[in-house]
Structures are given as C-alpha cells and as structure tokens.
Design a protein around this ligand. Structure first.
Ligand code: AMP
Ligand code: ZN
Ligand code: FE
Ligand code: FE
Length: 279
C-alpha cells in the first residue's frame, strides 16, 4: 500500500486537474493521495465530488502547502486535514494570492526590462486556478522559446540570486503553522532536505511542527535515514510524497508516487488527527 502525500493540481501550479490526478494515481496502483496545492484549498472540493460520483477504493487526504520564507530560506509547510471552510485561513490565503499576483507582475516587469518578450496576460492564462507562481512564468518562458524547461528557467532567471528574482512577500513558517493548527490541521515540514540553512530545520520544528516529510524524490538515502532519526527524536509524524506537478519532460516533480508512505505511517497520521479532534 502506497500513499503519495504531496501532489499539486491545476488549482495551483500542477498540470492535471484534481479528478485527473486521482484517476492517474488509482490506475498506477497507489492506494491514496493527498492534494497539497500551494496557498489554496480550491482543488479539494473537486476531488471529493469526483470520488462521490465515482467511488473508488482509494483514500483521499485533503491538504495544502504553504510557501513561506524565513531569513532567506524557502520553507514550505504542509497542512493535512484542515477545515477548508475556516474563515481566518481563507481570508489570509486570499491576501497571500494577491501578494503572489503582485510578485508575478514585478517578475514579468523585470523580465521585460531585460528585453524578454512576455506579458502578464500570457502568465495569467497559463494559471488555470486562482494561484499564480513562478512555474507559470517559467512555462510562459518555455512557450516563448527562451528556455527548454522549468528547471532551466529557475536556474537562469527566476531562482534566488538570479537576475529576475523578486523577493517573496512576508509570510513566515510560524504564521503558516499557526493557521494550519487553528484550522484543525496537522502541520508538517515539507522537503527539509531542500532548506538552505540546515539549522533552520530544527528551529522550524520547534515552532510547533507535528510531522516531517522524510520521503521525497530529492532526498538521498542518507538524508532519509537522518530525517527518520530526527522524527523519532523530536516525536514527529513521518510523511512523504512525490511533489508531482504533472507528467512529461525530464523535469523532476513529474513522477506520481515516486515517494510515498506506507499504511502504518498513514494510520499514525489519522490516529494523531482523530485524537486531536477529541481534545
Ligand atoms: P513560488 O511559490 O512562486 O515562489 O514558486 C516556487 C515553486 O516553484 C515551488 O514550490 C515549486 O513547486 C516550483 N518549482 C518547480 N520547479 C522548480 C525549480 N527548478 N526550482 C524551484 N522551484 C521550482
Ligand atoms: Zn508547485
Ligand atoms: Fe514545496
Ligand atoms: Fe510542493
């Protein structure tokens, strides 16, 4: 039994719709998945409606991924089983998506000043949902034949320290963790192996993190061992997922189920969440 707890859809910067990723995962033999779109919960309803119409023997876990920043470190916080109707969370997500939009405008403007032909209109059309992110700008750059892949767009232009980099709006892990817990969810540290300053891993955990994404495509086997030991030491739940954004290309992030957890770790997550709800 394999459960992929980190999947993006068209509601954020993925290329398959919520129904499409579930069908793909089911056909690929996964037992379940979590949709974890960036800074939005708008894909969760479609997923649940799809499974009501088409009852499959398949576990669906509602989630979110919040992209935060702390002292120049990208720190992503996953939230599972949040109440998707919790107002303070929804209101803050609306604000964050507006700030994302403004950031995208600044990036496009910077690119135009560098003589790249790119318009906000094109980027908006590539974003099918309500959230805009750098991958949508990367896709516009691919369409306009400036780069061949999303990775190349980040390496040459959009990544931190590159010429078209625009700093993120202020949104820190402490706030994301707080919002997830207030909304009844479980706060998990996403892909700790990608955090630039390793000291920030334990610092973030001590802000109130409840689980750690141990299994992740870019984690080496040494990192997996290290984070498993950290989970035990810090008494954290163990999660994992592929960070699937869509099929195609040689991009990483394109293999559904490439990282996952087993039924035991999934049961621990459920038990933890149920115990919390009873408190
Ligand atoms: P943003 O949230 O707008 O800052 O964009 C960052 C997002 O881009 C990450 O959460 C990833 O999902 C996605 N992404 C895709 N390819 C890359 C890459 N090569 N480097 C960094 N981020 C990437
Ligand atoms: Zn993404
Ligand atoms: Fe992430
Ligand atoms: Fe992700």
């Amino acid at each position: 039994m394999k459960y992929d707890l980190h999947v993006h859809t068209t509601a954020s910067d993925g290329v398959l719709s919520p129904a499409e990723v579930i069908q793909k995962a089911y056909r690929a033999g996964l037992s379940g998945l979590a949709i974890t779109d960036h800074d939005t919960v708008s894909g969760l309803r479609e997923a649940e409606e799809f499974l009501q119409k088409e009852p499959l023997d398949f576990t669906f876990i509602p989630g979110i991924e919040m992209n935060t920043e702390w002292d120049e470190n990208e720190i992503h916080i996953l939230g599972y089983f949040i109440n998707p109707l919790y107002r303070p969370l929804l209101d803050r997500l609306v604000e964050i998506r507006q700030l994302r939009y403004q950031r995208a405008q600044k990036i496009v403007h910077t690119l135009q000043e560098m003589n790249y032909k790119i318009e906000m209109e094109q980027v908006k059309n590539l974003a099918e949902g309500e959230m805009i992110g750098r991958p949508h700008i990367a896709r516009a750059l691919i369409e306009n034949a400036y780069v061949r892949s999303i990775d190349e767009a980040f390496l040459k232009l959009l990544g931190r320290g590159k010429p078209a980099y625009v700093p993120r709006y202020k949104f820190q892990p402490a706030e994301a963790i707080h919002l997830i817990k207030e909304a009844g969810g479980v706060a998990v540290l996403a892909h700790p192996g990608l955090i630039r300053d390793p000291g920030k891993i334990t610092e973030t955990i001590h802000l109130g993190i409840e689980g750690i994404e141990v299994y992740y495509p870019q984690h080496s086997s040494e990192q997996i061992e290290y984070f498993l030991a950290m989970a035990q030491q810090e008494n954290l739940l163990i999660t994992g997922g592929s960070d699937f954004h869509g099929p195609g290309g040689e991009e990483n992030r394109n293999h559904l189920g490439m990282a996952s957890i087993d039924a035991t770790n999934l049961r621990r997550l459920y038990n933890y969440c149920n115990a919390k709800k009873k408190e």
